[in-house]
Every structure is written in structure tokens, then in C-alpha cells.
Design a protein around this ligand. Structure first.
Ligand code: ZN
Length: 139
């Protein structure tokens, strides 16, 4: 059983302290609000699609370190990806934190959230931004 301290690895702490893409977008093609009542996390995800490409993605919100770092790393991972790649990453991320399977290579740094799968209460923190992104991508 992993220690909770391990869960809060340095990368998560850094992204919580200085989140990337923590802003609104000028002309988003989509945005959505997400709320995790179990923990009190709130996030708004903004996305700007150019054709099939995720040209820009950002977020604002308040919540625990896991939820904020997950949103921050998500925006970094998705910028410049195609819509299909973004949806593929979403599926792989959710699979990583909800099953025992090892993280898919495509997840890169996002593998830091693998430990979350041992803490069911934290899974919703880690997936909040991703599910909110899913809603923001809906036309
Ligand atoms: Zn949380």
C-alpha cells in the first residue's frame, strides 16, 4: 500500500503551486464547469478548437492539490493534439486511475497520478478536469 505522501509527488505539488494555463481563453469554442462535491473541487475548462486540433486549452478553479495539478498537467498534455488524440488520452487517463493496469505510454508525465487508483476518494479529484474537458468538447 502506497503512502499518501507518495501520492503528493513533487510534480503534483509544483503544478498545484504554479498551475499551467491557469486563465480564461479569449475566444473559446467550448467551455464547461465541473464540480466534485466529495472534495469541494470546482473547475472550469476552456478549449479552442481549430478544425480538428486542440489549439488552446486552459482552466480556472479552486480545489485540492490533486484536482488542480491534474487540470494543469492535462492542459499541457492536450495542447496541439487532435480531437481524436485528446479523447484517447482522456480514456487512457480514466483507465489508469480506475484500474490496476499500468499507465499507457502515451500518458507521459500524467503517469504521476497512477497512485490515485489506491485512493477511491481521490479518483474523482484526478478525473474532474478530464470529465469537464469532455463536456467542453461537446458541440
Ligand atoms: Zn479534490
Amino acid at each position: 500500500m502506497s503512502d499518501l505522501r507518495e501520492l503528493y509527488q513533487q510534480l503534483i505539488l509544483d503544478h498545484n503551486r504554479s498551475p499551467k494555463n491557469f486563465r480564461t481563453l479569449e475566444e473559446p469554442t467550448g467551455h464547461a464547469d465541473g464540480h466534485n462535491p466529495l472534495c469541494g473541487d470546482r473547475v472550469t475548462v476552456y478549449v479552442r478548437l481549430e478544425g480538428d486540433l486542440v489549439a488552446d486549452v486552459s482552466f480556472l478553479g479552486e480545489g485540492c492539490a490533486i484536482s488542480k495539478a491534474s487540470a494543469s498537467l492535462m492542459t499541457q498534455a492536450l495542447k496541439g493534439k487532435t480531437l481524436a488524440q485528446a479523447q484517447d488520452l482522456l480514456a487512457k487517463f480514466v483507465a489508469m486511475v480506475t484500474t490496476d493496469a499500468p499507465p499507457d505510454e502515451a500518458l507521459g508525465k500524467l503517469a504521476v497520478f497512477k497512485g490515485v487508483c489506491e485512493f477511491p476518494m481521490r479518483v474523482k479529484c484526478a478525473t474532474l478536469a478530464w470529465h469537464t474537458l469532455e463536456a467542453a468538447l461537446k458541440p
